[in-house]
Write a protein that binds this ligand. Sequence first.
Ligand code: SF4
Length: 483
Amino acid sequence: MTREYSGIRESRTHTATVTDWGGESCRGAGNFRANCIGQADRTFSQGLQCQQINSINALLSLADSAFIVHAPIGCTGCCSGANDVYRVGQMHRGNYAVKNARILATNLDERDIILGGEQKLRKAISLASERYNPKAIFIFTSCASGIIGDDIEAIVADAQKSAAPLLVPVHCEGFKSKVCASGYDAAFLAIGKYILKDAPKGDTIPDLLNLFAPPSVSYLDQLEIERMLGEIGIRINYIPFYSSFEKLRTIPRAAASTAICKVFADEFMVDLKEEYGIPFSHTIMPIGTRNTDKWYLGVAELFGKTAEAKAYIARQREQFAPLVQDIYNRLHGKRVFICGGTGRSFAAAALVSDFGMKLVGLETPTFDNDALIDFDYLNGVHGSYEVDVANMQPFEQVNLLQKLKPDVFVGVPSWAAKLGFPTTHVLDMKRPTLGYRNLVYLGNKMASQLENPGYNKRLSAHARLPYRDSWYESDPFKFIKQY
Ligand code: SF4
């Protein structure tokens, strides 16, 4: 492989990566294109999603693997959320003997910070092997293990001599990147380096597609994508979501690759093309008819099935048009604020065009060349709207919501619900959002929330947010300082 990618999104040379910006979308697109959005930071920050949790999230549903978090116990706290997703996913798949993920934490403490965490890591490896007999053990690093300089590669190389499972270090120290999607890249770099390096290439399976999916994809979404691609004779190798060690080893044999989310495995698919010659499609998340058409045609083209795909799209549009029209009648003209991951925010924002809604605000964790394509499209449809490029800064979100007063909030709803806005979740694997069928589900959900706002209204009457009135009157982006 000639390409050298560190896994840190800010290090990419083909695009700038913006993590701290706020303002009007048209100005943002213009400034980004003119290279005028420079390095910035927040002088006050309410928290930052760490890349370690995205590495853990990406891999945790591999049922035949075990996981070691080489970190102080606090870093392991987010595993409870990832485990919840894994447990619900099992239930949705009809597996009612629900299991927890096989996670061990090395619980680095003050003594280890001085003397090193090697012994604890060795002990955790041998405990995980004995207790679970897994095919692979993924070892997630942390800020603490990185700062004290534990030589994970050397420890793993030595421990591997006596360990039966394959040991796979994932270098996801939180301090390395402000872009949480870097955590996905760290997971895929580890898969490439440790799991695929000795995998036999074997013959290409002509109808097999590597479909890279994050854990936020629901089971109904999985079924919908299988249904859609099955119609044109494409089989799916889901990676790494509810997958297995053997399925990971099949990656090099697929005829093509694509991803559900635009910032998931996008860099890995470039590596796969370079290393194994596997072509890939990188378009947009299939939320809403326009995006689903685009995503579907991108995949079909890789298999030479464009004509069949166009015919299928026409049938689907005809079938679902009356249902979409019904939702349009209930939602058109409503003003919407959208907040999700980078891929999902932009895709969901395009979805609101199906229902004639007006985008007034969008929150996304990052912004780069790839997002600019979607930005331009949305600016064309909705004109200018407020954008907050923020990784977990709810104080900015509540300020914007109080100023913009949208009719509907779509995304991660905790704060908007407490302000009394009707909310619909789109970043939650418990509910479907993808493809033609689930567009109808999502639209009905939005309309139903709008028509039945009582719960959030009552919640707002009793919930106290920690902000003074003076904050709501302030510039929401006053803590963003550009250098
Ligand atoms: S790895 Fe670092 S950033 Fe991530 S949770 Fe631990 S201390 Fe925080």
